[in-house]
Design a protein around this ligand. Structure first.
Ligand SMILES: Cc1cc2nc3c(=O)[nH]c(=O)nc-3n(C[C@H](O)[C@H](O)[C@H](O)COP(=O)(O)OP(=O)(O)OC[C@H]3O[C@@H](n4cnc5c(N)ncnc54)[C@H](O)[C@@H]3O)c2cc1C
Length: 426
């Protein structure tokens, strides 16, 4: 069957593009090799945490910073989306969740600063309702609780870093840590984040954990857990624990896999299924069938090695960067493996490396990606569209440094939405 749109990639940008296409009534197919960064990301939607990215000051008001960025950096993906469509995209994402339960929330148009699982502070724009209470760590006496059997979160380390965040002389927040054992409750012998999350969905497990937490509390008003508080109804789990413990409960982002990321992926999957979007996972798109400046189909390789062509009127390329597989480093250049699109990249291989991946001054390799026109079509050296019915979304786009700007998920949501708006208007 020929589709209206084929989205390549099932990370945040691909899922957002597919949802937008389905909302527009388009017959949509997602083809994806594997999971995207959504399964390892902390779970919040970061719009813009730092601007310019070398700034050490957290941006309190991301929209005013975005206004400046759009004026100053016409090549940045946000400049191709615009503020109005970015807001529409964020509203569309928020609508994935019902208003009463687990949802994405924030502090009006400001960034929310939350503690991380290693005890640093990170800005995010929309955060899961189970996490937002974490902002109280910086002002309220807090207990961080870990589980002896779970290696993804070291509460003592996080608490110490938070206490020391006041500088050498102390003066940081009042944060304590404690551990409880869970091996003898629950009946599971695996203590990965995902199996803990399944156990938190069970009331008897929550009561046993709450009893142990009550035993180590010293009157704290806030209790932070690793972000494993249930998969089915995390907001319900949070409220239930609060009633049992007698203090406000929040989740902290911890080492991957990301349970908040899995919840977001599940919410997308439910919405996409309801709209009849088909998703084929475990297949690699290897090349394209072109006619002039038009893409007619993409060739997929199945796990059994067979090749098959899928046809559509339009295509969204949302394959991420190096981690996702959207860009590949060959001996002397970085390539885009499906369409062989021109990649904006540092001059020579010698420029690819740096001892410090997170160096303050950044690295050009972290801005590598595809250059597009204002409609998000990839362009050649002269600025003309390489393929008129191919639209790009997410971190495969060049000219932004998601990790340093803290903009990756906002760019993914905004460009996923805008790519489809553009293809609908063509
Ligand atoms: C180390 C690191 C730290 C980061 N820190 C932050 C942060 O603090 N804040 C922030 O906002 N962002 C951060 N980001 C960026 C953020 O994670 C990404 O920008 C965002 O999640 C990208 O989503 P995406 O959909 O573009 O790509 P991805 O999530 O990478 O998804 C790509 C999808 O395409 C599929 N795919 C790839 N090639 C093919 C193919 N040939 N055929 C079929 N499918 C294919 C993949 O399997 C996957 O499903 C960070 C990124 C990294 C790497």
């Amino acid at each position: 069957m020929k589709h209206d749109v084929i989205v390549i990639g099932a990370g945040l940008s691909g899922l957002m593009a597919a949802k937008t296409a389905a909302d527009c009534g388009l017959r949509t197919l997602i083809l994806a090799k594997g999971m995207g960064m959504i399964h390892v990301s902390p779970g919040g939607i970061d719009l813009l945490g730092y601007y310019p990215e070398e700034s050490m000051e957290i941006e309190e008001d991301p929209f005013s910073a975005l206004g400046r960025l759009i004026e100053e950096r016409p090549d940045h993906p946000y400049s191709k989306v615009g503020l109005e469509d970015l807001e529409h995209a964020l509203a569309s994402l928020s609508a994935l969740f019902s208003s009463g339960g687990y949802r994405y929330t924030g502090e009006g148009r400001k960034n929310t600063v939350l503690p991380t699982g290693i005890g640093s502070a990170r800005p995010s724009y929309l955060v899961p309702s189970t996490m937002v209470g974490g902002k109280g760590v910086f002002s309220e006496p807090t207990l961080l609780v870990g589980f002896h059997e779970f290696a993804g979160f070291y509460p003592a380390y996080a608490a110490r870093n938070l206490r020391n965040s006041g500088g050498e002389g102390g003066g940081g927040p009042e944060v304590r840590s404690g551990y409880v054992e869970v091996a003898d409750i629950g009946g599971r012998n695996s203590f990965k984040g995902s199996s803990l999350a399944l156990q938190f969905d069970v009331g008897a497990f929550r009561e046993a954990v709450a009893e142990r937490v009550r035993g180590i509390m010293e009157g704290e008003r806030l209790v932070g857990f690793p972000a494993v508080l249930g998969l089915r109804d995390p907001q319900g789990v949070k409220l239930d624990l609060e009633a049992r413990i007698g203090s406000e409960v929040f989740e902290l982002s911890v080492l991957p896999p990301s349970i908040p990321g899995m919840r977001l992926f599940d919410a997308f999957q439910r919405a996409l299924r309801a709209k009849g979007v088909k998703m084929i996972q475990g297949v690699e798109v290897v090349s394209a069938v072109r006619k002039g400046r038009h893409c007619r189909g993409v060739v997929v390789k199945t796990p059994s090695g067979q090749q098959r062509v899928h046809e559509a009127d339009s295509f969204v390329l949302a394959t991420g960067r190096f981690f996702g597989g959207g860009l590949r480093a060959e001996h002397d250049r970085i390539v885009e493996p499906i369409f062989d699109l021109p990649v904006v990249q540092p001059e020579g291989r010698a420029e690819w490396f740096s001892d410090d991946f997170f160096a303050k001054e950044g690295h050009p390799i972290n801005r590598a990606g595809i250059k597009t026109n204002d409609r998000l079509n990839p362009v050649d050296g002269k600025g003309g569209p390489v393929l008129e019915n191919l639209f790009l979304a997410g971190s495969i786009l060049g000219h932004h440094d998601p990790a340093r700007e803290k903009s990756g998920s906002g760019v993914a949501v905004g460009t996923g939405y805008k790519a489809v708006q553009n293809l609908v208007e063509k």
